[in-house]
Write a protein that binds this ligand. Structure first.
Ligand code: C2E
Ligand code: MG
Ligand code: MG
Ligand code: MG
Length: 282
């Protein structure tokens, strides 16, 4: 069963998807052809500066347009792809597709903003990651600052040195690195001290009750000032209301992402929004 989730997209809600190994196998079998069959789509969500509500970047978020099941969201297939090393070819497709899209926007006179790509642990271990990124940038004649990388702290559980060295190479090439879902999971302050990080993205679980839960409000405020004092940018994820937005603006958060301003939408839909260039949320 598929359930409508706004803006013509379908969220796949079959409980058996996770429960049943058979379903996993079915998806897996299909997955191997899905890249070739051009069934993956990137949706884009704006990152918005709280100072003036201008769009300062986008995040690319993958969806699978399954011929029978409709639109499948990443939490339902990225773990599967990870387990079977399919995340590597998918990751390469994502990098090339983002670069192709950026070049297309530029060709059509739309001022491109940096696009962030989510990169998982396995992808960070891929020997071809750096090469794939650099050759895609070169092929489409893009300056490296137009690509950003989002990693979670789970990337640093195992071999922190090799993860760090890959990120340093990317940083040295001119890409920005953000720490995604910041504050969840295996958080260590040494990560933000030793890693070549440009921004912290505060996980949306801390934003949800920021107006009512004093601990959440304190955690977010402390993270904002920590980031500020370390010279890092700070972004809040999952902003769903005007009250949350204003709260974050008042405490000095730099940027927001969330359904209140804009849900992730297709490249065509984001184009119109990019042309406007800013929001008027008040
Ligand atoms: P993430 O990188 O933390 O992305 C943010 C998720 O929050 C996205 O879910 C986005 O649609 C959702 N979101 C944005 N604003 C709001 C809001 O206001 N409220 C709520 N409730 N949710 C909001 P999505 O697209 O389902 O992606 C889930 C996760 O899947 C991502 O979390 C990321 O870890 C992973 N993912 C997505 N695309 C890719 C990709 O291309 N490659 C890899 N490796 N992972 C990806
Ligand atoms: Mg992300
Ligand atoms: Mg996140
Ligand atoms: Mg997340």
């Amino acid at each position: 069963t598929a359930k409508k989730a706004g803006s013509g997209t379908y969220r796949f809600y079959d409980a058996s998807l996770n429960a049943s190994a058979a379903r996993g196998l079915e998806l897996l079998a299909r997955f191997r052809q899905a890249i070739k069959a051009d069934e993956f789509r990137l949706h884009y969500q704006p990152k918005v500066a709280l100072q003036n509500f201008e769009i300062v970047g986008l995040e690319a978020l993958i969806r699978w347009e399954h011929p029978e099941h409709g639109l499948i969201f990443p939490n339902d297939f990225i773990p599967l792809a990870e387990d079977h090393d399919l995340i590597i070819p998918l990751g390469h497709w994502i990098i090339k597709e983002v670069c192709r899209q950026l070049a297309e926007w530029r060709k059509r006179g739309i001022t491109p903003v940096p696009v962030a790509i989510n990169v998982s642990v396995k992808q960070l271990q891929d020997e071809l990651l750096l090469e794939t990124i650099l050759s895609a940038l070169k092929k489409y004649k893009l300056p490296p600052f137009l690509l950003e990388i989002e990693v979670t702290e789970s990337c640093f559980i195992g071999d922190i040195d090799s993860a760090k060295s890959v990120l340093e190479k990317l940083r040295d090439e001119g890409l920005r690195i953000s720490l995604d879902d910041y504050g969840t999971g295996y958080s260590s302050l040494s990560h933000i001290k030793t890693l070549p990080v440009y921004a912290l993205k505060i996980d949306r679980s801390f934003i949800r009750d920021i107006r009512n839960d004093n601990s959440d409000a304190m955690i977010v405020a402390s993270t904002v000032s920590l980031a500020r004092n370390l010279g890092l940018k700070v972004i809040a994820e999952g902003v769903e209301s005007k009250e949350q937005l204003m709260h974050l603006k008042v405490i000095g958060c730099d940027e927001v992402q969330g359904f209140y301003l804009q849900r992730p939408v297709s490249a065509e839909q984001i184009e119109t929004i990019l042309q406007k260039g800013k929001f008027d949320p008040l």
